[in-house]
Write a protein that binds this ligand. Structure first.
Ligand code: CMP
Length: 283
């Protein structure tokens, strides 16, 4: 009975579509269906690998942490996505932890069954390779984001990546805690809160019920590293001169060091109310 259910689930997984009945049967024989509540670790970074996993429902984060416990979120996985294949392929320890952020149903497929399928199906090998290439492309994009965009651009990128088109609008449907955004972009939770508030005040994002967010089209302006703010006194550059009589309001200027008080002098912390952007030093 459980075996039949496993077969039915595996047939619905895109990665395994096109497998023959006997191949699915072999895979199902080495599979177990599991359910975990929110906050449970499915795969632990550094541990040896035994299984490949397929998410059937719910979402899980892929995360790495350093010896001091600081964490970075590499990806958020959703239904239909596989994980745990990397260490099965190269026999190295798990490259990251995978932790549920909602209650999740998933299939766990043992190493031997997965390897047997890889050896018997060039098509599955090709799909696994495509999945790895997709991940590399996403990692390249993330490196670009971290290296070239300021903190507003990084937050904008996360919001846009997690949004979907609903009619004429882009909407982030699933609640995205600020702490999680911070872990994706290498910023503090406080900084993310400040940026989100700025984006909201300036009408780049509109909070909706149940933690959803509507994104205005102009938010994508932040994705261009070279997009200068049109405001003549924008402080997103550290050494921008401030035209006389154009000092930003105190709301737009949470903290300015003495060093940043004169035209053309370096500014250590500010937020432009027009973009709104932080100076490049404090981002
Ligand atoms: P493995 O190293 O076996 O265990 C952790 C898993 O997390 C890994 O296999 C991948 O399936 C997944 N993973 C690691 N890095 C990323 C990433 N950058 N994006 C998405 N998934 C990842």
């Amino acid at each position: 009975m459980a075996q039949d259910e496993n077969k039915a689930f595996l047939k619905r997984v895109a990665l395994f579509s096109g497998l023959t009945d006997s191949q699915i049967e072999r895979l199902a024989a080495g599979s177990v269906r599991r359910s975990f509540p929110k906050g449970r670790t499915i795969v632990a970074e550094g541990e040896p690998s035994q299984s490949l996993y397929v998410l059937l429902s719910g979402r899980a984060k892929v995360q790495r942490s350093d010896t001091e416990g600081k964490e970075v979120i590499l990806a958020v996985l959703g239904p239909g996505e596989c994980f745990g294949e990397m260490s099965l392929i190269d026999d190295a320890p798990r490259s990251a932890s995978v932790i549920t952020i909602e209650s999740c149903d998933f299939m766990s497929i043992n190493k031997e069954s997965f390897k047997a399928i890889l050896l018997s199906s060039p098509e599955i090998c090709m799909r696994i390779m495509k999945g790895l290439v997709k991940r590399l492309r996403e990692a390249d994009k993330k490196i670009e984001t971290l290296a070239l965009l300021d903190v507003y651009g990084r937050v904008a990128r996360v919001l846009l990546d997690f949004s979907e088109q609903v009619g004429n609008d882009r909407v982030v449907r699933n609640k995205l805690p600020r702490q999680e955004i911070a872990k994706m972009i290498g910023a503090s939770r406080e900084m993310v809160s400040r940026v989100m508030k700025g984006l909201e005040v300036e009408g780049y994002i509109v909070p909706m019920p149940e933690g959803k967010l509507m994104l205005r089209e102009k938010l994508s302006n932040y994705l261009s590293a070279s997009s200068p703010c049109s405001s003549s006194w924008c402080w997103s550059a550290t050494t921008r001169a401030i035209p006389a009589g154009r000092m930003p309001s105190s709301r737009a200027r949470p903290a300015i060091s003495a060093a940043g008080s004169g035209p053309g002098s370096p500014i250590s912390c500010c937020t432009c109310s027009a973009c709104p952007r932080t100076c490049s030093r404090c981002s």
